[in-house]
Design a protein around this ligand. Sequence first.
Ligand SMILES: Cc1cc2nc3c(=O)[nH]c(=O)nc-3n(C[C@H](O)[C@H](O)[C@H](O)COP(=O)(O)OP(=O)(O)OC[C@H]3O[C@@H](n4cnc5c(N)ncnc54)[C@H](O)[C@@H]3O)c2cc1C
Length: 330
Amino acid sequence: MLVAGAGMAGLVAAVRARELGLDAVVVEKGSRAGGSMLLSSCVVWRHLEWEDFRADCPGGEEELQRLVWERLDDALAWLVSLGAEPVWQDTENRRTTGKRFDPRALTELLASRVDVRLQTPFPADAPSPLVLATGGFGRRLAEERGLFLRANPWSSGDGLDWALAQGAEVTHGMGEFYGRVMPARPARIHEEDFVRLAQLYGAEARVLTDEGRDITPRKVAWHENDLAQLIGPSAWYVVEHTNEHIEAARAAGGTVVVRRDGRIAVHVRAGLTHTIGGLRVDANARVRGLEGVWAAGVDVGGVATGGYSSGLAQALVLGLAAAEDAASSR
Ligand SMILES: Cc1cc2nc3c(=O)[nH]c(=O)nc-3n(C[C@H](O)[C@H](O)[C@H](O)COP(=O)(O)OP(=O)(O)OC[C@H]3O[C@@H](n4cnc5c(N)ncnc54)[C@H](O)[C@@H]3O)c2cc1C
């Protein structure tokens, strides 16, 4: 089996495939394994209540959401059985449940169990069985929209483009993304600052366009992903008092000003972490319309559509589903 992409989805698919007796090789376009997982907070979670998941992500496909929601706890137990050590046994968020891992340790554990070929994009004439796990098209969407890319630099839609050329279908929400509001230029944001520099106080802020128009939404979701969609390439957060996020933005060289009315204004822009729309798959992670091709992780659309859910949970569960179905179809 060929697996395209060595992020969470691809590594999990390959490790599970090998456990089930398939000969799996992972090809990775970038210079390291781990994809965006390596840069992440590595909290692998699901909504505690099924109804909350549906309410938070109303545009998603129920069958896929159910797969992720129902299989995550067993999938986490599988990771732990491999030797992954949670650094948190739960998420510290009353709406969700899951586990947090050390991203470097988890990447090393998974990558040590499979053959990963770095700086090797998957070939156009890729053989079957093939698992597409190339991480969506975040880089392309960020460039098109003028957004900051808060993700690995290599996920530019290669899996999606290849599958579309073969006749695959895409889901709704191709313009949606999961992201965070970040300090705007000239702030310097390195990969290791992606988590620390997120401006997570949007629920208390007035949101103004660069022209001063007030676009503050009436209600802000708990995850603030809706604010990242609203803000786009440039806006201002205006708050009564400074906080640790604002001080971090200032220290990184971001624009933070005290207005004449004494309020603090922070120049911000959306940072795109991954795309939410993607390939349509069935509940076995098979790409609809293609024979012998599976997709996993954020190459797949229809899980978080309309909202926000765990990209790592999607990668873990769909990676397992793809490997298990490929093994049973031999
Ligand atoms: C700062 C940050 C914090 C985050 N925090 C969390 C969190 O706490 N919880 C959570 O659930 N999610 C979080 N996420 C999101 C999560 O990391 C992603 O949703 C998840 O890692 C996606 O996994 P993936 O395997 O689908 O894709 P990716 O991790 O993007 O992996 C795809 C891989 O495919 C490779 N690739 C691309 N094109 C090709 C090609 N042509 N051939 C071969 N390889 C290719 C890429 O180089 C990459 O290594 C966070 C992300 C970031 C950046």
